[in-house]
Design a protein around this ligand. Structure first.
Ligand code: AMP
Length: 189
């Protein structure tokens, strides 16, 4: 199994590049943001609870997202590998993910980190807000999401750096330039 974390702050291009990666490498895409938005549109209890955090730019509690990833891993026992997008977002989630993968005799092969300057992130997210319909793509919530990233999520890169699998990349070129850089890492694995 080949398991990759596509990492970076909100607006760094994780969703866009995940689509490119699954097309070229045939991995199963697991985005906790997409899974949570699906729960919200289905008006489940989990979705209604998660929405309060998401609309406020805060992370949803670890147990909720870990439980979602656990059940998705179980639903796809024959996957060639997974591309984790927007997960793990805390060190606790990273530890839980490692345990889940260990149970399958597997591990994270690489954390690919898309590095984009903050001003560019804000510009991209505001632009996306014009078309996405996402309730968290407005200036106030964007600022809160970036703070949440710095306070809780950035440490996940250090956690995987200590395991020797952190690959930081310049993420503010064009979509195809960034995909080329990701491909270089993927092809070397
Ligand atoms: P995203 O689509 O990845 O930008 O996620 C949108 C929102 O969903 C985030 O701002 C969080 O509120 C929530 N969320 C997504 N993934 C996670 C996660 N791994 N841990 C906690 N909250 C998450």
């Amino acid at each position: 199994m080949l398991n990759i974390i596509l990492f970076g702050p909100p607006g760094s291009g994780k969703g866009t590049q995940s689509a490119n990666i699954i097309e070229k490498y045939g991995l199963k895409h697991l985005s906790t943001g997409d899974l949570l938005r699906e729960e919200i549109s289905n008006e489940t209890a989990l979705g209604l609870d998660a929405k309060r955090y998401m609309d406020n730019g805060q992370l949803v509690p670890d147990a909720v997202v870990i439980g979602m990833i656990d059940s998705k891993l179980q639903q796809h026992p024959d996957a060639k590998g997974f591309i984790f997008d927007g997960f793990p977002r805390t060190t606790e989630q990273a530890v839980a993910l490692d345990e889940l993968l260990q149970g399958k005799g597997s591990r994270i092969a690489a954390l690919i980190s898309l590095e984009v300057p903050e001003e560019e992130l804000k510009r991209r997210l505001l632009d996306r807000g014009q078309v996405s319909g996402r309730s968290d793509d407005n200036e106030e919530v964007i600022n809160k999401r970036i703070i949440e990233y710095k306070n809780k999520t950035a440490a996940v890169a250090d956690y995987y750096a200590a395991k020797g699998v952190h690959h930081p990349l310049k993420g503010n070129g064009s979509i195809s330039e960034t995909f080329q850089l990701i491909g270089n890492v993927m092809d070397a694995l």
